[in-house]
Design a protein around this ligand. Structure first.
Ligand SMILES: C[S@@+](CC[C@H](N)C(=O)[O-])C[C@H]1O[C@@H](n2cnc3c(N)ncnc32)[C@H](O)[C@@H]1O
Length: 283
């Protein structure tokens, strides 16, 4: 299957095996569906304006309602160029708030700190941290499209592809002063079982900043995540430094997801500090 892109290039969308799932991709932009010799083509209108809130809500709905990982990452590949514009429409605040939380507990000299931005996407988190004095960034993500956008920002010294939950982080044990994962610990994205691997690559005494969403469809995931966080704390492998609950994490994608009819979903930011005497082996 081919999609005629906004700039006129053609993208191969042969990975769409389940045609019933096509609906989730339609809100991408102004799309027209046409048939040609029995094959389907998606033609994307040449001039695409910033999408309305409703269009963005439909598009993000599928991210919040977990699909298979490969499909999810293909979704991000196709979303990469519009991602920042769309999340601004949703008033997504996680990168800015997480960077502020980390900076608030980080000891002096952030410019010397080596930071790993896990599921870095287009690089919003590193951008926020850079504004707060951090300047040494490595990033990993499973979506090539998102990595390319992050690379264009020119703020990461290293960017690597990694399918979190399927392969270990491409980093030695005890390597980073800070490890962040923002906007990716949720149903259908990065499994909560990845947390010990994040802890592995942090230096003893290093900081970890994690976020998750509290919308209805993520509650089971959030409970599992909470067990893992608490368990690592009970084992003395890290200590909780800060928990910040955020009522207006981003605009909800549906009425059911909205918290107390506010129109928003809430989220939470956790900051932990790795114990000085414990080193985890690779998981
Ligand atoms: C909502 S975006 C967040 C990006 C960035 N951290 C931010 O806050 O703007 C989620 C990112 O996680 C990545 N991702 C989701 N699941 C993943 C997985 N299992 N392995 C690697 N990357 C994943 C996606 O490709 C996407 O770039």
């Amino acid at each position: 299957m081919l999609m005629l892109g906004r700039e006129g290039f053609i993208l191969d969308l042969g990975w769409i095996e389940d045609w019933s799932a096509l609906e989730q991709y339609l809100p991408f932009a102004n799309l027209a569906l046409a048939a040609d010799n029995g094959a389907f083509f998606l033609a994307q209108a040449m001039a695409v304006c910033p999408r309305s809130l409703l269009q963005v809500q439909k598009r993000v709905f599928s991210v919040h309602h977990g699909t298979a990982l490969t499909r999810q990452l293909c979704f991000y590949d196709g979303w990469a160029l519009d991602y920042e514009q769309d999340v601004a429409v949703l008033q997504y605040q996680a990168p800015q708030l997480s960077a502020a939380c980390l900076a608030s507990v980080f000891p002096a000299t952030p410019h010397e700190a080596l930071v790993l931005d896990v599921a870095c996407g287009t690089g919003l988190v590193a951008q926020e941290l850079q504004a707060l004095g951090f300047c040494r960034f490595h990033g990993v993500d499973g979506s090539q499209g998102m990595l390319e956008c992050a690379c264009r920002k020119g703020i990461y010294q290293e960017l690597q592809s990694c399918m979190l939950g399927h392969e270990p982080l491409p980093a030695p044990t005890g390597h980073y002063d800070a490890v962040l994962i923002v906007g990716a610990l949720s149903e259908g994205q990065v499994p909560s079982t990845v947390v010990p691997e994040l802890l592995r690559v942090a230096k003893p005494g290093g900081f970890l900043c994690l976020t998750t969403r509290c919308n209805a469809s993520n509650m089971k995931y959030m409970t599992q995540l909470q067990h893992i966080l608490d368990d690592l704390e009970h084992q003395g492998l890290w200590e909780k430094v800060l928990v910040q609950e955020v009522d207006k994490w981003e605009i909800a994608t549906s009425e059911q997801e909205s918290m107390q009819d506010s129109g928003y979903i809430s989220g939470v930011i956790y900051v932990y500090r790795k114990g000085l005497s414990h080193m985890l082996s690779s998981s």
